[in-house]
Design a protein around this ligand. Structure first.
Ligand SMILES: *Cc1c(COP(=O)(O)O)cnc(C)c1O
Length: 235
């Protein structure tokens, strides 16, 4: 077994244990393998081990990898990085999901640029749940208005919320932040149909995220190993 296959198996076991530990069905939690900075060979290895959903942070890097893996059946590509408006066409044209929608103008562009032959683009509203000045995402109070704007766009499909909580060493404070997201998610579900995805939890905070109700954990280093180099240019 290769190390990626071994790591994937361990991460799946961790998800199962975390879910069962709080009485949830592990099947409710999708594992998104974050392959940023990792080569296509790593994606192929993960695919051979049954992994189908992959996340990329940098638009051009993701588009290149998508083009190099069209022979792999069943892949689902998620864009999870900050998105500048001038890169929206590439995301609309190539990805299945965008997790980082945080403004009406970007929603309109993605809608207008989604190719007619493709299914509507699945989108998540990014929430700045830890209120960090440097992080992207909107406040919880701003969710209802942006959600209403998104659901009016026919080429987008609003699926839920995403957040990147500030790192914390303490389980209880991680859980508290994740529970605030779960509350915002439940409120959104009560307003709109088809809201089924709470993208929350990374390698270091996935247990608290799952306890709070995450339905999608985004795991990079625990599957592919530490990232050795920063990407050459932020996009
Ligand atoms: C890199 C990244 C991840 C994965 O982080 P790891 O710590 O490697 O698991 C998840 N979500 C986002 C938005 C990321 O940028």
């Amino acid at each position: 077994m290769t190390s990626i296959q071994h790591n994937l198996q361990q991460v799946r076991e961790r998800i199962t244990a975390a879910a069962e530990g709080c009485g949830r069905d592990p099947q409710q939690i999708t594992l998104l393998a974050v392959s940023k900075t990792k080569p296509v060979s790593a994606i192929r290895e993960a695919w051979l081990a049954g992994q189908r959903c992959f996340g990329e942070n940098y638009v051009q890097e993701g588009v290149d990898k998508i083009a190099l893996t069209t022979d792999l059946d069943g892949l689902e590509w998620h864009f999870i990085g900050p998105l500048q408006s001038n890169k929206s066409r590439l995301v609309a044209g190539h990805f299945d999901w965008c997790h980082t929608l945080d403004r009406q103008k970007l929603a309109q562009r993605l809608n207008d640029q989604r190719p007619p032959q493709s299914d509507p683009l699945n989108v998540l509203i990014q929430v700045n749940i830890s209120d960090e000045a440097s992080k992207s995402g909107i406040s919880v109070a701003e969710i209802p208005q942006l959600a209403r704007q998104i659901v009016a766009l026919p080429r987008l499909k609003l699926r839920g919320l995403m957040a990147i909580p500030a790192p914390s060493d303490d389980y209880q404070s991680r859980l508290a932040v994740c529970l605030r997201m779960a509350e915002a998610f439940a409120a959104l579900q009560s307003e709109h149909a088809g809201i089924d995805t709470l993208s929350l939890g990374m390698s270091d905070d996935m247990d608290a995220a799952i306890e709070a109700g995450s339905t999608m954990v985004r795991i990079g280093s625990a599957i592919f190993g530490a990232r050795q180099y920063p990407p050459s240019s932020p996009q």
